[in-house]
Design a protein around this ligand. Sequence first.
Ligand code: PNW
Length: 459
Amino acid sequence: MSKLYCQFPQDFLWGAATAAYQVEGAAREDGRGPSGWDTFCRRPGAIAMDHNGDHAVNHYHRYKDDVALMAQLGLKAYRFSISWSRIFPDGVGRPNPAGLDFYRRLIDELLGAGIQPWATLFHWDLPQALEDRWRGWESKQCAQALGDYAGFVARELGDRLTGIFTINEFLCFLDKGYGFEPELFAPGKSVSRRILNQARHHAIYGHGLAVQAIRAERGNSLSIGLADNISGCVPVRETKEDIAAAKAALRELSGMYITPILEGSYPTTYLEDEAANAPVFTEEEMKVIGSPLDFVGFNLYAPVFIRHDPEARRGWSHLPCDDAYPRMSMPWLAIEPSILYWVPRLAHELWDIPAIYITENGCSYPDRPDAKNQVWDTARVMYLKQHLIALHRGVLEDLPIKGYFLWSLFDNFEWAFGYTKRFGLFYVNYETMDRFPKLSAKFYRDVIKQNAVGGPARN
Ligand code: PNW
């Protein structure tokens, strides 16, 4: 076969991602307990148009048809999340067999279609009972509860899963939900800096306990990791100085999450910066936090431009995107495809990661169907194409990039933006719940089929 432009390795894992609260619906069916997002959605004015996830895109009932759509795309893997309060309506204690059964059926359907199931244990929908009882992550008991839940899922479903993510994006449910953007993220509370740092510590400790519990149940028979929205550090220029600055920034900006997880200790920069507000922890906890992982997943959307800056305290500074900078249709979604190259490269140089997955990347965009229900989302195709070309640069340089999960398979409940933001490859008509493949779905199907971006290169 002639050479294809941006050819990916043979076993490259092409996937798509969703999260339970954003797609499932069936919020009060089959014994599911409420989560913090059910509660947050009831807060007047919290969600655009007062939307909520009660029905979402009804994936809970339409999962068979949805798996058929995935098969049409040629997806090799599906990243979904498990609703903790479907399995444990009270967060801990007695499991709910009907909730578990849904995931069993979903996984069987995926396996039947030749699609690898990759499950996220916690994608922000903390059982409300844990917030009521322990104030959520403010308590170490919440970490223990995650560990127990992880062990239970590994025992019940682990034989059928290919991969498992403990936690999705610490920053959103902690930093944002506990104080920096409480109006946009559940549980929508404002805690002190000291309590935030302790909650961050409990969450990474919960991650470590979950890793250990899954490993104890399943050994190395499934891949264990997490999906983190690490800062999208990109050097402003490809000079030695800026690259070194971006690398230092990546490590320091991740000081409360990925750095301790991959190094087994907090970087001194984080502890110094937080001083009296730093978390209290034991050596034993740090060992658990540093439990070895099979892979690390990065959710990458927007750039954090870094430059070498001898006048800055740490030798680097962040250059914000200005008003004229091109963005997709989210306030924070500045476009810089090279994040898909730089973050894996810098992270790998820092931490020598065995396998890296892009666990989310994609964009929202106010696309609309025409009279024939066709959605010509050329801007999304542009966004995806450019990001995949940038990702390919890392492949060419032999970085251990093993797969890419596109966010998202369908338009869905985009948190505080409700259904007003569309991230999907499939357009969802929220009146009828019908799904239509957008142009981007066809683009992605071609990419998967050819295992390349674009067709044969001209000689
Ligand atoms: C991620 N930011 O959230 C989540 O994992 C998804 O559930 C979500 O739908 C998707 O990205 C799109 O928003 C993010 O402010 C939320 O930079 C906020 C930010 C990034 C990611």
